[in-house]
Design a binder for this molecule. Structure first.
Ligand code: FAD
Ligand code: EPU
Length: 337
């Protein structure tokens, strides 16, 4: 922890990638589990909520936060030999995700390369079960270690108990706002078997995990805005999942519909396509807008207000509903809810 903790209202502008000028009652950085226990005790004493934050790349502050924002900065990573060509890799929660992925590749471990360049921290990766280019992090997580905010108890949860699903986990549901993740363990492979299932990846001709990672970095850079230069939280909405009947009706009316069969009689729609069809791609409304290369990404040009972004999101939800009868769920976490 840096220095003595005193409560002092502080802007959250530098600590979340949308960059709105909202405030918290206090912001503190923690570097160890001991620091976390200390902050939790302090917050209990003053009856204040605590919000753990990584790099703020999937968080929307819809107004000031009446509590302590705890920036999780725990560092450390190590690798151990597992069974059958497996490598067990451990990352402390505050490690930057992309640096961690590249480090695992340097260690000869593969399995995370498709998740290259996703912003944020190792500790946040299980929260929404980050996914990209045919891989979800649940596929390789072994366990998640966390501190229970109410009791201070330290718990190690096996992946099979994390209720992982598309952009979802126990940490967004039953354990929502109740825990601080401190470490994640991953089971990776010492043999590289490329996962090129996502459309377009076959063109990479990748022979190594590093080549595949480099290719994905290029694809992402062409499609997604760099939050260091343009405020955003990646995909603003989840890709909606609809029934077979609904899919058939839409396909008949919109033959170019972009949809993927996901089993159980359900289809996942490309939300970016739906928004694009409604004419929002590239539009700007004052200080906020829709990214010109990817309609699923809402952007903040700076000095704007979060209300404007949420109002634009609402317009998009309404238009998509009117045109396709599809409900679009906001993907990042909103505080206060
Ligand atoms: P934060 O925004 O800091 O936190 C997110 C949530 O997790 C909050 O509820 C917070 O309270 C909680 N949290 C964070 N750390 C902890 C912790 N240690 N303990 C307990 N709770 C914690 N996501 C994808 O899945 N796939 C993508 O391809 C993808 N692409 C993106 C591209 C861009 C340009 C951007 C800006 C975002 C993208 N995202 C993507 C979303 C985001 O990168 C991920 O959700 C990432 O895991 C968020 O990490 P973070 O550290 O910034 O989390
Ligand atoms: N599309 C359009 N217009 C657009 C954007 C997309 O028509 O403006 C159509 C295209 O046909 C494209 C298809 O939608 O082929 C899918 O687009 P893309 O490959 O960019 O993926 P996505 O479904 O929009 C999802 C994730 C991303 C992840 C990529 C790659 C969600 C909500 N988003 O986006 O995750 O990086 O796939 O796997 O599932 C995030 O969660 O923040 C995120 C960026």
């Amino acid at each position: 922890m840096t220095g003595q903790l005193t409560l002092q209202s502080a802007t959250l502008k530098p600590w979340h990638t949308l960059g709105f000028d909202v405030k918290a009652k206090g912001v503190v950085e923690v570097f160890s589990e001991v620091d976390i226990h200390q902050i939790l005790a302090f917050a209990k004493q003053y009856d204040l909520p605590v919000l753990p934050l990584g790099e703020g790349s999937n968080t929307i502050f819809s107004s000031d936060f009446a509590g302590i924002v705890m920036r999780v900065c725990l560092k450390g990573r190590r690798v151990e030999q597992g069974n059958d060509g497996q490598l067990v890799v451990y990352g402390a929660a505050g490690e930057n995700w992309h640096s961690f992925v590249r480090w695992t590749i340097d260690q000869g471990a593969s399995g995370l390369e498709n998740l290259s360049l996703i912003p944020g921290t190792v500790g946040a990766s299980p929260i929404q079960n980050i996914g990209a280019y045919g891989v979800e992090v649940k596929d390789v997580i072994d366990w998640v270690r966390y501190i229970d905010i109410a009791s201070g108890e330290v718990i190690q949860l096996k992946a099979s108990d994390c209720a992982f699903a598309y952009r979802d986990s126990i940490f967004k549901q039953q354990l929502r706002d109740q825990i601080v993740i401190t470490e994640v363990a991953f089971r990776l492979s010492s043999n590289f078997t490329p996962n090129l299932s996502y459309i377009g990846l076959q063109d990479s001709h990748a022979k190594t995990a590093l080549q595949l990672s480099d290719y994905i970095v290029k694809v992402r850079e062409a499609k997604l805005p760099d939050p260091q230069h343009l405020g955003n939280v990646g995909s603003f909405f989840k890709n909606p999942i609809i029934s077979e009947d609904h899919y058939q009706v839409l396909k008949e009316n919109f033959p170019n519909l972009v949809a993927y069969f996901v089993g159980g009689g359900c289809w996942k729609l490309a939300a970016g396509w739906l928004i694009d069809q409604c004419g929002f791609k590239g539009i700007r409304k004052g200080k906020v807008g829709v990214y010109k290369h990817q309609a699923l990404v809402l952007v903040h040009y700076g000095e704007g207000h979060v209300e404007d972004l949420l109002s634009l999101a609402w317009d998009i939800q309404q238009q998509v509903w009117l045109r396709f009868s599809v409900r679009m769920e906001i993907e990042p976490r909103i505080y206060p809810q």
